[in-house]
Design a protein around this ligand. Sequence first.
Ligand code: AMP
Length: 384
Amino acid sequence: MTNYKTLDDLPDIQGKSVLLRADLNVPTKDGKVTDMTRIERLKPTIDTLISKGANIIILSHFGRPKGQEDMEYSLSFLPALLSTTWKHHVSFKETTAKITLLENTRFNAGEEKNDNALAQSWADQADIYINDAFSVSHRAHASTEAIAHKLPAFAGHLMNQELKALNKALETPQRPVTALVGGAKISSKLDLLNNLIKKVDYLVLGGGMANTFICAQGYDVGKSLCENDMLETARTIMENAVKENCTIVLPTDFAVAEKFESNAPHEIVSISAVPRGKMALDIGPDSIEHIKSVIDKSKTIVWNGPMGAFEIEPFDIATVKIAKYVAEKTKHSEIISVAGGGDTVSAMAHAGVKNDLTYLSSAGGAFLEWLEGKELPGVKALSS
Ligand code: AMP
């Protein structure tokens, strides 16, 4: 993994200005923030910088204004909320307080082009650059990449915490390592699956994507979600897994129903007995027990994607039971567990284990690219 500097390595920053790249692309509804996680998680970095006497200038994007000033995406709604949450006054655009939030970085056409001149215009305002936005570091943008070459660059607490957790889970893990991968389709997760078979001891597949693997083994999965154009790809992944000494664990039974609907009448069937007119919406009780036994053998769990259609009861059962099992074993220090990407955060929240895993990553795309084994430009730039 890249060798980067953290806030512990900071020089004396008393009276100096620090540019902090944060991810304040928070979810909102009717102008109100609906989830405070990203804001709350930044507080430790803010507190450290304030205690060291620095002035903080925050850079963040919000939505996709496409390089133009579009007030629908202005960050002007945030300073008041940041001030109350962080208990330090935050000013907007003009530096009238210790902390200043600049306007949406993506109002500048150069941001997504990783433009040097834009990065320099920010760098000219400060002495130090800190990236605390792992979740946008898979993008080589002016505020995540170019700027890191213009000032002494450091990882904030949140970035450091995320990188350490991910490193512990896949780069230098305690073995055996088990990856649980679910969700709808394999077509969106090919790079991820191909990377994981090289790194993990067990690859447990659930959710809709497991249907494609089951189908590739010659079973009829009825009306289940199945990518027929991916059958050959699924077979290749299974063959490569054998070469890499990775055991793929597939479901042995399903909860099947006629309709993708809450409380749709359902039955449990073996994978070899899916009725023509029915679809697998969750993995079944035998599969759950088998997955628990694989977890029992493991020291490290990496999880992306739900085991079934967890948004509609009772097809959330496998996701919830396995999440609770992973959380319990994590609590007893029997395993290290890292989860994230796509719907995984809401699946863990639904299971009531959001705070019970070793690390639940709030970074969507960046977490997935890390699972795919890609080097993230914003992280790489911190060490060069
Ligand atoms: P992803 O974003 O790829 O992680 O996929 C998450 C979505 O997969 C969720 O909306 C689930 O409802 C859906 N999903 C999981 N299992 C199934 C299944 N067996 N059939 C249909 N959809 C599923």
